[in-house]
Design a protein around this ligand. Structure first.
Ligand code: MF3
Ligand code: CO
Length: 264
């Protein structure tokens, strides 16, 4: 292969797809419980306690807990990133949710040896119109990316669709952080940037499973990492949003394995 190095993207067989569906459902249900608990006065640590209980109630594993990091392993079940925090915020007893906050909840479950990864950013109380738009456009970009996850398309089609949503709305893209393949491992090949070129990259095949996760920001496209080695925030302090689903590529419509609010 000239120019592009071949990357191995796993194709899941029907048993593995069954397990991915089950963990996807569990992930969605747990994330829904966490999101439902977000209200003024609740601490991000309280939200983590909900995540712990909801995970154990389903005999699942919280895959973020103890995930190795630069300075220390991640110490909680769910990443709670508030306002200018983009990803990997560490739950804290002293970080109480206030009206006007936006809270990203990023949760990964493991069940039967497979992973489901999903994120939602929720607004608490009234938020300004530009923040509302940030959340709407980031979520819309997630679905625009997912729409491209069909057999025969290229990986760059997903990235391009996401990028277009940000650009049309005048939002910044977090370029350092990417979506990813997912299966037995939380992070498998390929990397899925939130910007890219249509018609480039590997051809998608039925049975691939991806975590697609646009992260957009209101301000300048620069991020910084806190002294805790985990929390990533915008350099200019403006708000960021993050939405993520685990998705199965099929021959026709992509299957959203972590879709919320679906009946069993
Ligand atoms: N959705 C996040 C990711 O793909 C979850 C990682 S949390 C961590 O990076 F703590 F495990 F890093
Ligand atoms: Co992810």
């Amino acid at each position: 292969m000239p120019l592009e190095r071949a990357i191995m993207i796993k194709i899941k067989n029907s048993e593995e797809i069954g397990a991915m569906r089950r963990v996807g459902r569990i992930t969605a249900d747990i994330l829904a419980e966490i999101c439902a608990a977000v209200e003024v006065g609740v601490s991000t640590w309280d939200l983590d306690q909900i995540a712990v209980r909801a995970t154990k109630a389903r005999n699942a594993i919280g895959a973020c807990y103890n995930y190795p990091g630069r300075l220390k392993p991640f110490p909680a079940y769910v990443c709670t990133s508030v306002n200018d925090e983009v990803v990997h915020g560490i739950p804290s007893k002293t970080r109480k949710i206030q009206s006007g906050d936006i809270v990203s909840l990023d949760f990964v479950a493991e069940y039967e040896g497979f992973m489901g990864d999903s994120t939602r950013t929720v607004a608490v109380g009234e938020v300004p119109d530009d923040v509302k738009k940030l959340l709407d456009v980031t979520e819309r970009a997630l679905y625009a990316g997912i729409d491209q996850a069909v057999e025969g398309n290229r990986l760059g089609d997903i990235s391009f669709a996401i990028q277009c949503c940000a650009e049309e709305a005048g939002l910044g893209i977090v370029r350092e952080l990417v979506g990813h393949g997912i299966g037995k491992e939380m992070h498998e090949a390929p990397r899925i940037p939130n910007y890219g070129k249509k018609g480039t990259g590997p051809v998608l095949k039925a049975g691939m499973t991806f975590a697609i996760e646009p992260m957009f920001m209101l301000g300048r496209e620069e991020i910084a990492i806190d002294g805790d080695g985990w929390t990533i925030r915008t350099a200019d302090g403006k708000y960021a949003a993050h939405f993520e689903h685990t998705v199965l590529v099929t021959k026709d419509a992509p299957e959203i394995l972590t879709r919320y609010g679906v009946a069993p």
